[in-house]
Write a protein that binds this ligand. Sequence first.
Ligand code: IPM
Ligand code: MG
Length: 355
Amino acid sequence: MEMNIALLPGDGIGPEVIAQAVKVVKAVGQKFGHKITFKEGLVGACAIDATGDPYPDATHEICAGSDAVLFGAIGDPKYDNDPKAKVRPEQGLLRMRQKLGLFANVRPTFTFPSLVHKSPLKLDRVDGVDLVFFRELTGGVYFGEPRGRNEQGTKAFDTNVYSKEEIVRLARMGFEAAQKRRKLLTCVDKANVMATSRLWRETVQELAPEYPDVKVEYEFVDAVAMRLIQWPKAYDVLITENLFGDILTDEASVISGSMGLMPSASLGSKVKLFEPIHGSYPQAAGKDIANPLGTVLSASMMFDYAFGLSEEAKLISDVVNLSLAEGVVTEDIAEGGKAYKTSQVGDWLAAKILG
Ligand code: IPM
Ligand code: MG
């Protein structure tokens, strides 16, 4: 198969982890006879430094012309502590999601047998957790207007807006995923307080009869925040709005033991985007210590979701599991054992794929 992949390494540890995913993708291409072409673009703080724009048109053209985008991370501390900065790296990410029409962010949480003891939760709570969030990604308070300050600058406001159509298209993806999994869908909202949440709940209730094999549960977001750490095995597929999803998926990501491990996919249009859910981790940038597995597993999701190549996807997740079992891991999970460098883990994975 011919595959055109846009690479957006971004900021912080982004370039290092993307480099390992590229090794793995190339190895898979070689093994299965795929012709893979990469094109690289700038996004985030590095794009601001180079062009003044966190998502330059040139980058959008590369993405829009590709079959899939592999994305590292964005963010730089010099912007985090400057609330007055006019241009921010995050704006690049939000604009990219919007311009590419990526309205659904798929964030799984699963456990690795050799790592369950690393979870901050008790073993019996986490062993076998397998859930997936479908987070709405291009609506809600992230994009709602009006937003800003009053004239004196003493009041600030954001607007949370959802149209029925935005809810339907995200919810359908959740229902369809549940049908292929354990057939349980949890609608996460705050319908006891928010009008947008009531529209979410009402819309999901209307759709439910079309999916009679799926059991639907409705839960308030604060209760989910609690139950997610109390009994994560209670969940299968969760659907939720942009902000709730942002918060809960960070919470869910540490259940498996390290945030560095969890991949994600953003779907909604022809071009699909894949990224690890950890951030730019600026303290580790350039040190060759970051865990590349979240990005490598994002590449696995890419083979599956963007190209329908499940054998290739499975080979990648198999070698990742093997690296964990054999202790070829970065320092965040090495636990006093030998800590491998980011680049060494990538080399090992690529060699195993070809071996
Ligand atoms: C994420 C991130 C982004 C978000 C930030 C960097 C804008 O936290 O992908 O979850 O809030 O969506
Ligand atoms: Mg987030």
